[in-house]
Write a protein that binds this ligand. Sequence first.
Ligand SMILES: Cc1ncc(C[n+]2csc(CCOP(=O)(O)OP(=O)(O)O)c2C)c(N)n1
Ligand code: SF4
Ligand SMILES: [Mg+2]
Length: 284
Amino acid sequence: MVSVEDYGEYETAWCPGCGDFNILKAVKAALANLAMPPSEVLMVSGIGQAGKLPQYLNCNFFNGLHGRTLPPATAAKLANHELTVIAVAGDGDCYGEGGNHLIHAVRRNPDITVIVHNNQIYGLTKGQASPTSERGMVSKIQKQGVFNNPFNPIAFAISQDCSFVGRGYAGDVQHLTELLMKAIQHRGLSLVDVLQPCVTFNKLNTFKWYSNRVYKMEEGEYALDDRVKAFERSLEWGDRIPLGIFYTNERPILEDNHEILKEAPLIRHKPETGRVNRLIEGFT
Ligand SMILES: Cc1ncc(C[n+]2csc(CCOP(=O)(O)OP(=O)(O)O)c2C)c(N)n1
Ligand code: SF4
Ligand SMILES: [Mg+2]
């Protein structure tokens, strides 16, 4: 029996009312509902308000560099594939600074879950535009409004055949909890983009703004492995914003390619120094 209390209660450094609190609530509920003991869970993050989330959970965590969330998460999964590995990042971290890593993580398909707190802004560094900021959004830095087209993470992920693609909303903890449970259980890379109001710096995409637009997709509207239908749906943004699972596929995961992992996790294999030495000698 695993309870939400097992994941602890910590003092946070988030602003009162921030959407991040509800994401933390949903992550805890999802892990408890799935009966995952904290000792078997590893959370990995970089820098940002989103990146603080693992520090507020009583489980294993690694906190690295901004934009570099996915490489250590992938490496940790290969080192011990018995761990449930969850990467947590902001929209800046995952779609901006770490965008290149996202591309290749989707291609490699490790069995990890990536939760992106998408507040359409750089929160920690006080409100600059991020890759998902709306065109025309005015900030202290983008005084004439954002010039660039916003990045569409859902369309990107589906176009690259990402194994599981979903969107949640920090204003609906129950729906987000269920979505996270499915993402964590899915075998392969799961990308969950979470709409997360930043109440301090993003005065455009507020709880009210999202709540007036989001709606839940019905199960069975289309087959979830229909990539073209999923892509079409991913383009819907504006007056109506769909939430839920957009796309899934069952392609081989990164771990399947490594025969040695079938015997035991890498961490339980004895280092074969003789073989390593012979390999190094081969280069001399
Ligand atoms: C390599 C590097 N570049 C830039 C920064 C400065 N920096 C820290 S957090 C951040 C943006 C955070 O935005 P996001 O990832 O969306 O997270 P949020 O704070 O909005 O949750 C930036 C630019 C840094 N710490 N390291
Ligand atoms: S700055 Fe924004 S994202 Fe960061 S804690 Fe405050 S409300 Fe949340
Ligand atoms: Mg952000």
